[in-house]
Design a protein around this ligand. Sequence first.
Ligand code: SF4
Length: 704
Amino acid sequence: MSIQTHYRSCNLCEAICGLEIQTDNGSIVDIKGDAQDPLSRGHICPKAFALKDLHEDPDRLHYPIRKTDSGWQQISWKDALDDIAEKLCSIQDKYGQNAVGIYLGNPNVHNLGSMSLMPMMIKSLKTKNKFSATSVDQLPHMFASYFMFGHQFLIPIPDIDRTKYMLILGANPLVSNGSLMTVPDVRNRLKNIMNKGGKVVVIDPRKTETARIASDHCFIQPGADVYFLLSILYQIINVHKMSPGRLAEFTHNLDELESIVKSFPPEATAHITGIDAETVKTIAAEFCNAESAVCYGRTGVCTQEFGGTVHWLINVINIVTGNFDREGGAMFTSPAVDILQQPSSIGHFDVWRSRVKNLPEFGGELPAVTLADEILTDGDGQIKAMLTVAGNPVLSVPNGGKLDPALESLDFMVSIDFYVNETTRHADIILPPVHNLLTSHYDLIFHTLAVRNTANYSKPLFKKNPGSKFDWEIYLDLAYRISKIRKRPINKMMYYMSKMFGPEWLIAAGLKRGSSKLSLNKLKKNPHGIDLGPLQPSFPHRLFTKDKKINLLPKILVGDLKRVQETMANRPSMNGKLTLIGRRQLRSNNSWMHNCDSLMSGRNRFNVLLNHSDAEKRQIQDGQNVRVSSPHFQFDLKAKLTDEMMPGVISIPHGWGHDSDGIQLSTASAQPGGNINNLASGENIDLLTGNADVHLRDIDISLI
Ligand code: SF4
């Protein structure tokens, strides 16, 4: 035995936990938390152990494959890359440049190669038909930041380690390990708030794992968060008075807020939210009277019809109570590599629109819910070819049932992925990059969204096989070939430097430019990472608005209140139907990692949670098989009766549905589950931002 110990950050989810991994001659023998990591302090979750499964997974692809009449066949990298570049360009020649569509999955943002060098490949295609997981569950955060602070990635982060009061809406950090709030070891961090005499209050239609350890929990009707927040704001302005402190100097329109919230006293919204007026008043008072407080919302308040407005109101509440850009409130990181300084990252809105449904782009991407329309609807600009990268939209985008045949109808499809899954099975060619542990890593995104400033560089654990490629090599090779066919100049410095040194030279340059003035060598000598301290006040300097002021009341967001009011007046009756909300699971990573034995073994966790009263009305008992149906789809699963669900609301985990023909995922296929996104029509979106609305209100559940 020659045991070697490696330290690296886990890049499976946003928490970027430090890992201590022991290997012996190419095999992983142990994975545990790195107690010396300054951010995660030794915390890890069960998914970290699954890195071993991922490394050893016999279903994982190692070489390019092409679909033939007799099945998948291995081909050379050269043939695959030449063929892809030629086909994508000829389809663009024939049908126009937007005839090639691109879908980027969530793992890309966890990946150094994708974050640094994938843009070169994307730019080479010059298509406006770009889609990603952003518009499935996080666009509202970016939308609010863009219009209020001038940059789509200037996202406020709760200062969880110093706050005295945390109000959480539609988020379950105990299971997600934080999202748009990189926060490993969140259980202890939340407990610390309460141990120091503070409070954690959770507002959610489900008494989640986070709610169970919180000081208080209130059920709220799914999608009614906008009314709750408007009533909280009404109380703050009319009863407690605004106290923005030093923020008043650089915040526009504070005086106009009162008229905006006047129609939303707690008594007027209680019947919609399900939260009585006294409770709203108590929460508003506690928030205002706390030494420091922060309001935080996440996926549950993104994936609804008013996601953008909800995130704007969350920011407004933090600002007008003075809990913004200050210790214990919502703050901003000072990352060692500051991606916000790239002018191209600022963002834009409505520069072009989708062809079929006339939906505006945000940050260069169109809403993912309309991808199938753009493939299936004939006419100029129709998508005829797709490139997917580390994404499985058939499972993760509402109405995957429409997208599934749409992908099959394409003239050509290529996927960059190391699995044949529900989406990539439609590809003509699949290009597999090497997996996580064979790559170096510096987290460009999640150091930017973390609750503490730290920096961490990870070396690869293993050498890659000479016949395999890093993802960034695939991007460079495709960009080069496409530019050559198009006779367009390529960014030579970027191309040749990256070919020689990989994305590391970009990290070295970014560190040098950053405020911490770290060097890559210094990071390499500190394998546990470097602590750069707690978050610091940074406004107005950090603002990206032209006048360095916060735009408290962007016209586009204030304008959305008309829709909010109209919906308040015309709330449709439920007619005995149930509302379905999704849920995240600790042993799952959206739609992937379902092929890892260590995560999938044990009891079946794919079940529907429903309240005892809803079960009784339908004569359903705990553990029975039931059928969940919408007007669009149905599937069967086991019922779990629990009072953690609000009456009238049921919950099923997302990311499942591995029952398609031709996928090569042996473990996932053995636990297929059902795809909750197939229950959706794909028509429901937040009309303001284009984010998917996945709260389904037309659900039936019955015994089978
Ligand atoms: S919480 Fe996320 S980053 Fe941490 S070990 Fe689990 S998967 Fe990895």
